[in-house]
Design a protein around this ligand. Structure first.
Ligand code: FE2
Ligand code: FE2
Length: 191
């Protein structure tokens, strides 16, 4: 096998991991928002936001899924972890308070946004169709992030702690689902 073939297969593997983790992330988000909608948020003004956001995440999941067959990729093996983790996170924050719901949204979407940035930078023109899909989805994720950031009340120590725990948990499942490729991608881009 020559060097270009090795590079090509490595790129294909990374593209496959990007697709799998992004699809899994959307399934996690679907579970978060579904659980939050089922919980009392103590303030009805975010209900419409949660319902609309859930419809976006469902569409995103379908878009990533549709790109899989051509790239010989199947959904992530760690999907139950994403599903259960998302439901747990959504249920807990939905039970806590309106602010906890928005902190959860901001923490998750901020983490996702950074990873999508890394992916787009790494992808370059390796897979234009995937880049295009990510770019369009990222614009919508940014809307979720802004709403959550702008709609929050003042943050105390508990809010900062909750944010940190959610970011750490999200990073951990992303790392596990990509077998560390997400961290390597960020490291390579910095270098
Ligand atoms: Fe999404
Ligand atoms: Fe989102």
């Amino acid at each position: 096998m020559d060097a270009s073939a090795i590079d090509h297969s490595r790129d294909a593997l990374t593209i496959s991991r990007i697709l799998r983790v992004n699809h899994a992330g959307e399934v996690g988000a679907i579970n978060i928002y579904t659980a939050q909608i089922a919980m009392p948020q103590r303030d009805g003004d975010i209900h419409d936001f949660l319902v609309e956001t859930l419809s976006h995440e469902r569409k995103h999941a379908r878009q990533f899924l549709a790109l899989m067959p051509d790239r010989h990729t199947r959904p992530c093996g760690a999907m139950p972890l994403w599903g259960l983790g998302g439901t747990f996170l959504g249920a807990v924050t939905g039970l806590l308070s309106r602010n906890a719901v928005l902190i959860c949204t901001e923490a998750v979407e901020r983490t996702v946004h950074r990873h999508l940035d890394d992916q787009l930078a790494w992808l370059g023109d390796r897979d234009p169709a995937l880049s295009d899909t990510i770019r369009k989805i990222q614009a919508q994720e940014l809307g979720h992030l802004r709403f959550a950031r702008d709609g929050q009340g003042a943050r105390g120590w508990f809010s900062h702690g909750l944010d940190a725990v959610i970011v750490a948990a999200t990073e951990a499942v992303i790392w596990l689902s990509t077998y560390g490729a997400s961290a390597k991608m960020a490291h390579d881009l910095k270098a």
